[in-house]
Structures are given as C-alpha cells and as structure tokens.
Design a protein around this ligand. Structure first.
Ligand code: SAH
Ligand code: DHB
Ligand code: MG
Length: 233
C-alpha cells in the first residue's frame, strides 16, 4: 500500500487497456515543455471520463479547467459527429497550449477553449441562453466548486451528468479539522448536492499516479427553473 504500488497498477492498466496514443502523448509533452503542472487526469482516468461520456451518449460537453487539453481530448473523442465540447480556462497562455494540443489531436472543429474566469464564462452562457449540456466535468479551482455547481445547474437539463475531479484530496474532505479553502469548497459542494432534491450524487475514492483522490458523479433530475418553465407553458 504505497504510492509505488499504486503507480505500478496505474501503469499496468494504462499499458494494457488504455494504449499509448501519439496525440495524447504529444499533448502531455507539449504541456510539460510549456511549463504546465502535470495535474491532468491520469490516462486510465481520462479513458474513464471518455467512457462515461460515451455511455451517456453525450453530444454537448462542458469542461471547467482545460490546462493543456488532456482531459478535453479524451472527452471530445467520446463525441459523435456534430458533437461539441466547450472548455473554460482562466489562463490565456495555458489556453493557447491546449488549443494547439487539441488541433494536433484533430479535434479543433469539435472543441472550443474559452479564455476567462470560468464563473464569468458560465454567467455569459446562462445570459445568452446557451442550450443545456449533457455532460459536465468540473476540474478548475476547487474553492469555487459551490459556485460552479450553482451555475452549471443552470446549464443542465434533466439527465445531465456532472463529474467533479479532486473531491478527496488525500482524505482531507472528511477531516473536519481541515479548513483549507479548497477543502471547504469541496465540502460545501457536497452539502449543496446532499440538500438538493433535484440531484443524485455519489463519490468514489481513487489511488494511483495522481495520489489519493476521487471523483464525484451527479445526475440532474430537474435543474432550477425547469419545473416553473414547464408549468408556465
Ligand atoms: N482538466 C485538466 C486539468 C485541469 S487543472 C486535465 O485533466 O487535463 C485546473 C485548471 O483550471 C488549470 O489549468 C487552471 O489554470 C484552471 N483554472 C483555475 N482557476 C480557474 C478559474 N477560476 N476559471 C477557469 N479556469 C481556472
Ligand atoms: C490540482 C488540480 C487538479 O485539477 C488536480 O487534478 C490535481 C491538483 C491542484 O491545483 O493542485
Ligand atoms: Mg483535477
């Protein structure tokens, strides 16, 4: 039960099941050359997200936190013909690295990377009545997860799936003595979900190349306002 064993198992899965891939490898190499932190999802996690999106038949995907576009490439590859992914990234240089990686992967026509604070981009999408997304991946700053939940629910429909990364953080989420802003953000995110009768959520812990962490998964049954707009029609 050491990080070495966790890494060995991740390598084993990644080698045997996920397969090496020139575009994904190139994206990680270019991200590293550009000085981005290697906080992308692991290959087997990327494929996990890809499979979830395919299982769900997602045609419109939203991602918060693009980094070098690694998870975006995995998710965009789950899209059918005519599908699209919008990914939000605060840092303009990082967004440029991602756009290049996404273009190298042949996905430029399906993926738009929007530069700016995710909350502001979400507010704009809500104001401009952007159609709801089928699948949403939360992976930007963890302190803002409660705000991101509030906003992305307004870009959801019954059936929308919301997956959030980094919800365990070495067990800190359940250590009530821990008051780091990121940890408080994740806990408040879970409190909101637990109190919301229009969402169903679980979370699973993961160990591996990215340490001890986890994902949550939520299905939306009725986002705010949808009942009102239906009854008023
Ligand atoms: N999803 C990526 C990893 C994202 S890392 C992958 O797995 O490949 C988190 C990213 O969120 C970083 O690139 C960081 O710049 C971005 N970020 C942090 N705060 C943000 C904010 N307020 N709005 C948008 N992006 C933000
Ligand atoms: C960090 C962010 C991530 O999205 C992640 O998967 C791991 C680490 C971070 O900001 O430290
Ligand atoms: Mg993450």
């Amino acid at each position: 039960m050491t990080t070495e064993t966790w890494n060995a198992v991740d390598d084993y899965f990644s080698r045997g099941l996920v397969k090496s891939d020139a575009a994904l490898d190139a994206a990680l190499q270019a991200s590293s050359r550009a000085g981005l932190r290697a906080i992308n999802v692991a290959p087997n996690q990327g494929k996990f997200l890809h499979l979830l999106a395919r299982i769900h038949g997602a045609r419109r995907i939203l991602e918060l936190g693009t980094l070098g576009g690694y998870s975006a490439i995995w998710l965009a590859r789950a899209l059918p013909e005519g599908g699209s992914l919008i990914s939000l990234e605060a840092d303009p240089d990082t967004a440029d690295v991602a756009r290049k990686n996404i273009a190298v992967a042949g996905l430029a026509s399906k993926v738009s990377v929007i530069t700016g604070l995710a909350a502001e981009s979400l507010e704009q999408m809500i104001a401009s009545k952007t159609p709801p997304f089928d699948f949403i991946f939360l992976d930007a700053d963890k302190v803002s997860y409660p705000e991101y939940l509030r906003l992305t629910l307004q870009l959801s429909r019954p059936g929308t799936v919301i997956v959030a990364d980094n919800v365990v953080r070495n067990g800190k989420v359940a250590d009530m003595a821990n008051d780091e802003p990121d940890v408080i953000g994740v806990r408040e995110f879970f409190d909101m979900l637990a109190a919301n009768p229009e969402t169903d959520t679980t979370a699973v812990q993961t160990v591996g190349a990215k340490g001890w962490d986890g994902f949550s998964i939520t299905i939306v049954s009725a986002p705010p306002g949808i009942t009102d707009s239906r009854t008023s029609r």
